[in-house]
Each structure stands twice: as C-alpha cells, then as structure tokens.
Design a protein around this ligand. Structure first.
Ligand SMILES: [Zn+2]
Ligand SMILES: [Zn+2]
Length: 342
C-alpha cells in the first residue's frame, strides 16, 4: 500500500509499504480521509518526544475510514461500517489511569499512520477509543474528533463559565476549535490574538467578538480596555512558544485562569511574576492531550453540529502530494486544516 513515511525533520516520503497483518482483537481500516494537524506540522518542522512518536513511522493521526477486516474474537465492529479511532489508548490500570487521569497514562499506546491507504487499529484501542462514524458525518469531519477532544479536555480543566471573557492566543486550528467550543459554552466575549490578518478575519467569521494583531498594538493594554481594566477571566495559549506563554500571564485578570495549552519544545522554561501569582491569585494550568471520554463527546458534538468543524477544512489534497500539503501549511496564511485523501 501507499503510505507517507516520516524519517526525520522535513523528511517525509510517500512509499510502498507492506499492508498491516491483522491479528486477534485488531481491525484493518481503509482510510477515506485524514486531516492535517498543528502537531503534525510541529513534528515535521522540529521533531518531537520519542515517547509519543518513534521514527521512521507512517505519519498522521487524525483519520476516518471503513472497516475492511476484523480480527478474531471481536463482536464489534462489523466489516463495512465507518469508524474513527485513537490516536491514543490508555491502559486503564496504571496509577494515573486508576486516578482518572487517562490522558497521563504511563503505558499509553499511540497510533500513527493516518497518511496511508490502510491503518491497523491495535486491540486495546478497538476496546477503549474507537467509535462508529454516524452516516451523515464525513470521514474528514470525524477525523477532527482528536483535536476537538483535546480542546474539550482543556476547556473542562479551565472551568470555563457562562458569561466569561476569554482571550485566545493563536488563531490556528487549535485556537479556532477553542473559539468554537467556548462560544457554545456561553462565554460573553471571545478575543482572538494572532499576527496573521487572514486568520483573524477567519476567526471573526467563526464568531470571535474581538480580534487583536499583536504586531500592530499593545495586546495587554487593549485586552484591559476590552475588560473594564481587569484582563480576561480566562486566557488560553494555543501556540506553544515561551513568549506567548509569558504573555498569557499578563492578559488575565486577578483571580483568573491561564490555560497553557500549546506544548513548548522540551527544556523550555518560562518566568512567572510571583507577586501576580500570589497576590493576584492566578490559576495557571497546563493540559496535555485528552481521554477516551472526551473523544466520544467530541464525535457526538461534531455529529450533532453543536460544534461545526466543517469550515476548518479549507483544502483537500491527495496522499501523493502530502509533502506539498505540509509546505502549504507552513507558508499559507489562510489554510487551516487540509483533508488528505488516499
Ligand atoms: Zn491532531
Ligand atoms: Zn494507564
């Protein structure tokens, strides 16, 4: 089968590889669509931690497709139905899982291989993190279950409340998913911050109440002006750079919450003003990845169109052109997510 193999930074090749062999408890899925992700672009451009991705590997982790082979011992799924699965499956019995922190599982299985003709879903993932895609939902849409699940987990941990004012730094795919989610959660005002004008315009179309270009204005002052001098109730960093992690701490009001959502490169350290943290009673939290519960919720919200992710797919490309797709993502100002069809 054809698959896009990642060998290293910026080294992605479409090759003929052996089709995976299905064993007991596993299934084989013919991929109908995969979607590109900010994490994929990050890995393509700068690499990633080996715990999550070991190279070389077939790349990509957001997908939907049709079950074409079912391993021994499985009553579900049936051949022919459409499913999405992964990209992770916690073990359910380590200390983290047993305390309900499934996203921090110490024996997590990660599934890569969306940019290919077929993908094999491991037995544990079939059991704990795979869902049937409802008939009216496209595989492209269903593929976005993964990033939305991460966003739902973050929004829950940040305890977003009805009537909050939220500032989101970064209007890429993840920032925009935060925007769509928080608007549905009833925030009063969503302020989007990004250096790219096209992205801010797109965010405004998706419901952002205010947009700020930090290249043109003093973000801290403007956010204060927009919030009666206080700062936002909740600030979400959705970029993953130390400068914006620190900036997010200056945009929040006293007693507010900062969610550092975008992952920085390993070894990154940031400065926090101790006075602000203590006397201002800030809550600063990070969230990583997500849980099977949130995957299920995310697919349901996509299916009901409570969170309509369709506008985020701004382009479609073929698997053979995957390298070009990443060039487009790295340079384009207007493409958000690209659907890759085999
Ligand atoms: Zn993703
Ligand atoms: Zn575990």
């Amino acid at each position: 089968m054809k698959a896009a193999m990642l060998y290293g930074v910026k080294d992605l090749r479409v090759e003929d590889v052996e089709e995976p062999k299905v064993e007991a408890g596993e299934i084989l899925v013919k991929i109908k669509a995969a979607t590109t992700c900010g994490t994929d672009l990050k890995i393509f451009q700068r690499g990633y931690v080996e715990k999550v991705i070991k190279l070389p590997t077939i790349f990509g982790h957001e997908w939907g497709g049709e079950v074409v082979e079912v391993g021994e011992g499985l009553e579900w799924p049936k051949k022919g139905i459409r499913v999405r699965a992964g990209n992770s499956a916690p073990c359910l019995h380590c200390t983290m899982c047993q305390s309900g922190k499934y996203n921090l599982c110490e024996n997590m299985i990660w599934l890569w291989g969306a940019y290919a003709e077929f993908i094999k879903v491991p037995a544990r993932m079939v059991l704990v993190n795979m869902q049937e895609i409802p008939q009216h939902v496209s595989c492209e849409e269903a593929a976005i279950t993964e990033p939305l699940a991460c966003v739902l987990h973050g929004a829950e941990e940040a305890r977003v409340k009805l009537g909050d004012t939220v500032a989101i730094i970064g209007a890429g795919p993840i920032g925009l998913l935060h925007l769509l989610t928080l608007k549905k959660m009833g925030v009063e005002k969503a302020i989007m911050i990004d250096l790219v004008k096209e992205r801010l315009n797109f965010a405004a179309k998706l419901g952002a109440d205010e947009t700020i270009d930090p290249g043109k204005a003093d973000v801290v002052n403007i956010v204060r002006q927009m919030t009666r001098g206080y700062g936002a109730d909740i600030v979400i960093e959705a970029i993953g750079s130390p400068a914006t992690w620190e900036q997010s701490l200056r945009l929040v009001r006293k007693g507010g919450t900062v969610l550092e959502f975008g992952g920085c490169p390993p070894g990154t350290e940031i400065k926090i003003n101790a006075e602000m943290l203590h006397y201002g009673e800030l809550t600063v939290l990070g969230t990583f990845h997500t849980t099977p519960l949130h995957f299920r919720k995310a697919l349901n919200l996509i299916a009901s169109r409570t969170i309509d992710v369709r506008p985020l797919i701004t382009k479609k490309m073929r698997l053979k052109d995957i390298k070009d797709a990443f060039e487009v993502l790295a340079t384009s100002k207007s493409e958000i997510k690209i659907a890759i069809n085999p």
